[in-house]
Design a protein around this ligand. Structure first.
Ligand code: NAP
Length: 147
């Protein structure tokens, strides 16, 4: 379908570094995007480096940790310093690193809040504080067991 012009780009989801290496070794069309769970507790640094090197855009899902990261003290402190909401801090954390976000909400007020991510940025201090949250925790599921 890609070669017939019916698809402009191909994306994959929940690929680990090993899955991606295996795919790149065999595919004719490398993926344009990889969608994985990504947030300060699961920053996916190794995968992010690999994607950078291979021109694959990393896109985060569960940026809010399925809602559970909104109450973290670190996120709250950064939100207070920035005069933003915890959700905006978590989404901006991804954008700051060039990672795309796709927050889901059925609430119009939250949808508007989640779109206010431009014209401001996190400081080095903010990024360091959020960076210390890394504990490799999945809130959705861990695809590393898929062979
Ligand atoms: N590729 C995959 O395997 C995969 C896996 C999981 C998810 N996804 C996709 O990723 C997208 C987002 O992921 P997700 O929904 O799991 O997680 P998420 O974006 O981390 O969290 C969404 C939850 O947070 C709430 N929320 C959203 N904005 C908020 C805000 N500003 N303040 C407070 N709460 C807020 C939402 O509730 P309300 O709706 O009530 O606002 C919803 O329950 C979805 O479109 C989903 O389809 C993909």
């Amino acid at each position: 379908m890609y070669h017939a012009g019916q698809l402009r780009a191909i994306g994959v989801s929940n690929y680990t570094l090993g899955h991606l290496q295996e795919l790149l070794a065999h595919c004719r069309v490398p993926p344009a995007v990889l969608q994985v769970e990504c947030h300060p507790e699961l920053p996916q640094r190794e995968l992010w480096d690999f994607c950078q090197q291979h021109g694959i855009h990393l896109q985060a899902y569960a940026s809010l940790g399925c809602g559970q990261l909104l109450g973290r003290a670190e996120v709250g402190r950064v939100a207070e310093r920035q005069g933003r909401t915890p959700a905006q801090v978590l989404l901006r954390w991804a954008l700051h690193q060039g990672v795309g976000v796709i927050p889901k909400s059925v609430n119009p007020t939250r949808l508007a809040e989640n779109a206010q991510l431009w014209g401001w940025d996190l400081s080095l201090e903010d990024m360091a504080e959020l960076g210390a949250m890394d504990c490799s925790r999945h809130y959705c599921w861990d695809p590393s067991g898929v062979t």
